[in-house]
Design a protein. Sequence first.
Length: 487
Amino acid sequence: MTLEEKLKELEEQLFRCQVQQAQLRTELEQRQQEAEKREYQYQQELKEQHELVRAMKRRMVEMIQEKDSLWQKTEHLSSLAPGLCVVCSKIFGRLSRRYKCSTFSFWILTHCRGGGSNRQRHSQMSTMEGMFDLSSEELLEWFYDNDNFSGYSTDIPPSYEDAAPCHLKISGLNKYFVIIIYILVFLLSLLGNSLVMLVILYNRLSRSVTDIYLLNLAIADLLFALSLPLWAASKVKGWIFGTLLCKVVSLLKEINFYSGILLLACISVDRYLAIVHATRALTQKRHWVKFICMGIWVLSLLLSMPILFYREAVKVHYYGFVCYENFGNSTEKWRLILRILSQFFGFVLPLFIMLFCYSFTLLTLSVAHMGQKHRAMRVIFAVVLVFLICWLPYNLVLITDTLMRTKIIQDTCPRRNVIENAFNTTEVLGFFHSCLNPIIYAFIGHKFRYSFLKILAAHGMVSKEFLAQHSKPSVHGSSSGNTSTTL
């Protein structure tokens, strides 16, 4: 046998070993899933048994209370009807002389409605009288001694498909696609928001109210962008950075979520005041803008505090560690409360403010003769449209998931897989908004481009002739001369 034939034979043996290894691995995974299914079914059955025991205990308490109540009623009836014993004696003969009249009164009220033989009525009455002579503890013992638990088994029932745990099916392509998008958003947001901060800080003397809002918005987006690489890495290996970084990164994410959208709402209010109420706004709002921004940061921090206290690295079977909320036994309730708060403060309220302010702003621009009316309307439409495109799908998925968790919509495994994959997609779309803000509010504006070119010209990176060709446009005809930063 030649060396080549031996190598070929070894390769065939290696291939067969690999096939057997793959088959064994598949069989092992199947057995693990079956074991997990059986464990889940056992836990469900055990939970049902515990619920049944609790229901039985509640019923026992009710029976004891009914016993005390009925005893009081029979005593009351006996006191009101002294002739009842005489009637009982005439009707039941010797039986009435064997038992207390109060017991017979109760027996008559509760057992004489139907038929039955005298022997059956005598047995029922004797049992009831014996129960009345017992204390509460003895009554409980009597119940457990005489009740039938033959149908109450701890055996695991036959396997059925609906009892199997729901395994999320998130495709690898989707996972790596999300990682690429995270990195792309990180780079664009880092570059765009850094340029916005550079331009605004460089032009300190000509800084307007809108510029202050834009500066805070850029800071919020930049802080969030710094956390994106960690979130991208967690998509591959799970959360391997520990609880401390989980709290810090989650806090940055929540603060950006609240402060970013609230600042967008403040910018819409600023546009509304500058264009609709120009004469009054110019003398009042400049003094308050710093306090408004400080209030937004404080409010965002307060709304994010639950994340700081309850976020931690949690181990999940067959996945590893995840950065998740842990509220103990009240996890689901607190998640719903935080979700409602985030949807209200992070989407519904800012959206209502933006639609209200921009509607009146567009109405004012449409009836007034302003030099930059059409450009302002295009920017305003872009602001509202991009905001809706980025955040409306995510919030719709969030609302659907909330309805499923509150059992208003049935929570099934296929629906849960659809929701989880939709979360990944729409969350990335919402993250994109942080890198689009500089484009919408800054790069479209002529004043920003002129200020950026002026910085480049001051450092000799562009010629003065090129700067003169892109000189700052006149603001005459605008409703507010100091508000042309983005419009």
